[in-house]
Design a binder for this molecule. Sequence first.
Ligand SMILES: [Zn+2]
Length: 281
Amino acid sequence: MTTLTFLGTGGGRFATIYQVRGTGGIYLKDGVNVHIDPGPGALVHMARLKMDPAKTDAIIISHCHPDHYTDAEVLLEGMTRGGLKKRGTLIGSKTALEGENGHGPAISRYHHGLPERAMVVGKGDRFNIGALDVDVLGTKHSDPSGVGFKFNTSAGAMCYMSDTEMDSEVTAQHKGARVLILALTRPLHSRVPQHLCTEDAANIAKEIRPEMVLLTHFGAKLIYEGVGKQAQYIERESGVRTVAAEDLMTVHLGRGIRFSGKRGEGQDEMLDEGIDPAQLD
Ligand SMILES: [Zn+2]
């Protein structure tokens, strides 16, 4: 059984600043435990679910934006049992691990040295975490070193596109995905450069035709306008089953796909009166 737990489904600047939804990334279990993009709140949400960071086998950072990396150093200390045991793997974009073009690094030299293995990856690379093989895919985003991933799990290919704008070359790399996770930052009629909007997600779903599209990384404006509405549009346009992930939700991938978990309290309560969420992204 392969499971995916969403330690947050918010993303972009304002959903992160105000924690409109959590931003702790995705935790993949498939014989090994892999924490993907541990942004702000990853530790807090793990604690709420009684998940032990010391059981993590790998931490993966797709690119050097804070909604994808800020809890990574403390999680590295967790994975290495307080830095006392050299174990586990750290994978990341060049920007996240070493710094490049004014981005990063996100990880201090001290923390970089803690795990058994630390690897910078780029498009076209392949690595493994135990028996789990992972292909590294390209993105088109404001961090030029940003990457996505295809996890070749025991339940089929699970692709994570990470932050990108729609691009035919990026999309093509996700062919063969059973489950496609899209970082949907912007709602209908609100396209901006560097990110996916709902119309883009529908086109990508139509092209790839996975068994299911999972939506996450919702920006504040999108949350305000309604997450479910975006999922319905994508499903109707593409004919592909589309589910908007919820904070602390777990997806179980076996022969079928089922869900468990519940939403945290106070989700989606909007921001201070002085802030107009419709103006945010
Ligand atoms: Zn980003």
